[in-house]
Design a protein around this ligand. Structure first.
Ligand code: FRU
Length: 489
């Protein structure tokens, strides 16, 4: 969608809502106006992604409350509407009918100053026992630090999840519920097991360290009364400072926990005992080996599959926008308890006309392949490495300005620029499949459906080339496809 059209649509959407009285709060009107003012600058920035979810402008971080409801996939996100730097948080909102095209919506949640609220932090959405959509989030007060004074609040949504009423029962969870003080207590996430509804939070049990996920059980269908069931999971690394944004869900017959420990996002796979409310992990790993993927949040879609979006960060400042979400990744587990991640299949609907190469010999000095004339691309390469020790892909601007984006594999590690991930090939097949998404300043690389590396990059020009070669032995690319990618708006 062209930028001007997007601005007009946003304005059309917001104005009737103002007159309908949805924007009862002055803070929200000011937020919307500040966002609108920054839109032209943000959208004109050549590094602004087009097929990753972004706020229309200004700062955004964590994805919040992903939920499929009444025919739409909804995503909310942490938003600081007044600048392109971090500040007091609101919830922004987008929705999609098909996970391909997305629609920006008005700011969903803002701090209720009149109720003593200064920030609306991360959380989740669910449907309560009365069939009402609800969101749960961490509420931070004006003169109180999130370190030791957070509360968990709830709001009830309308059918479009556009207008939210904060629950009269707020705060729905306070420190008084906890048998022991929890520091940095935040980011409620709700899951169900059998007939029971549980909520987990992040935090740490000592002023420093003892990172732990705490668990609460709902005591009424309205989900306004909760009982603390204790610590569900103690982080096994004694040095872990905290865990933020826990997500806990079932994949097949296994339970999976995601935590964001102020560093690379970790997953744990194991068993959950609903009677004792303890989670016992058997395997662990990382969701992404770059340092730009954080605070992911997951959605179960109607056919049962689970998708995850992460917050991509580390962009240069001062451009009217900062931050975006990863592409949706579909989750699975391998037989040995490793997380599998694949770009959601719907993303292929964004592909334009492909350029395809078949049976490319890589051990003969390699090839230089002209890519589609754009810097919003997907490249898929299926490579056989019968004996080669190393393969290298370099994606570079046609004008050779700026350093190339270097992706390499040496039989044991995948490297994307300075980020390294362990990766071994199956003994019997020696095949490497790479899917590389380049969206101006965002690069997401998926290897063999397991390893992911995300990097923020300087944007390439609109006539990029791919140089691909192997060293020390034989290798060939059975097939390389490159597609220009269309916008999600
Ligand atoms: C993770 C986080 C959350 C918190 C939110 C505030 O990035 O620190 O723990 O709720 O961001 O924006």
């Amino acid at each position: 969608m062209p930028q001007t059209l997007r601005i007009i649509l946003l304005a059309i959407f917001c104005l009737p809502l103002c007159s309908r009285g949805a924007f009862t709060n002055e803070a929200n009107v000011r937020a919307t106006v500040a966002m609108q003012a920054a839109v032209p600058r943000a959208q004109a920035d050549p590094g602004h992604p087009i097929f990753h979810v972004t706020a229309p402008a200004q700062w955004m971080n964590d994805p919040n409350g992903p939920i499929f409801y009444k025919g739409f996939y909804h995503l909310f996100y942490q938003l600081h509407p007044f600048s392109d730097e971090s500040g007091p948080k609101f919830w922004g909102h987008v929705r999609s009918r098909d996970l391909v095209k997305w629609e920006p919506l008005p700011v969903a949640l803002w701090p209720s100053r009149e109720l003593g609220e200064a920030e609306v932090w991360s959380g989740c959405c669910t449907i309560n026992g009365l069939g009402q959509p609800m969101c749960f989030y961490t509420s931070v007060g004006p003169a109180k630090g999130a370190f030791d004074h957070a509360e968990q609040w709830a709001a009830v949504g309308d059918d479009d999840l556009i207008t939210w009423q904060k629950s009269p029962a707020n705060p729905v969870l306070t420190d008084a519920l906890n048998e022991k003080k929890i520091y940095d207590w935040r980011d409620p996430f709700i899951f169900h097991d059998g007939k029971k509804t549980f909520l987990v939070t992040g935090g740490h049990m000592a002023r420093e360290h003892q990172a732990a996920v705490n668990i609460y059980e709902a005591e009424n269908p309205e989900l306004t009364k909760w009982k603390h069931r204790g610590v569900m999971f103690e982080h096994p690394d004694t040095g872990a400072p905290t865990v933020e944004c826990p997500n806990f869900f079932k994949l097949g017959d296994q339970w999976v926990l995601f935590v964001s420990p102020y560093g690379k996002v970790q997953y744990f796979v194991g068993d959950f005992d609903a009677a004792t409310c303890r989670f016992q992990a058997r395997t662990r790993g990382l969701l992404d080996y770059g340092s730009s993927f954080y605070a992911p949040n997951t959605m179960q879609v109607p056919d049962g599959r689970r998708l995850v979006w992460g917050w991509l960060n580390g962009f240069p400042g001062g451009r009217g926008w900062n931050g975006c979400l990863s592409v949706p990744r579909e989750l699975g587990l391998s037989r040995d308890g490793q997380l599998r991640q694949n770009p959601a299949p719907q993303l292929s609907k964004l592909r334009g006309q492909p350029v395809t190469w078949r049976n490319v010999r890589l051990d003969n000095g390699g090839e230089i392949l002209p890519l589609p004339k754009t810097n919003t691309l997907e490249i898929q390469a299926e490579i056989d490495l019968p004996t080669a020790k190393r393969i290298v892909l370099e994606i570079q601007s046609g004008t050779k300005t700026g350093p190339p984006i270097n992706v390499s594999f040496n039989g044991a590690e995948l490297q994307v620029l300075d980020a390294i991930a362990p990766l071994t090939l199956p003994q019997d097949s020696r095949k490497l499949t790479l899917r590389i998404f380049m969206d101006r300043s965002v690069l997401e690389v998926f290897a063999n459906e397991t390893v992911c590396i995300t990097k923020i990059i300087p944007s390439l020009d609109a006539s990029p080339v791919l140089e691909i070669r192997a060293t020390d032995g034989a290798a060939s690319a059975k097939r390389i496809d490159a597609w220009p990618m269309k916008t999600i708006w």
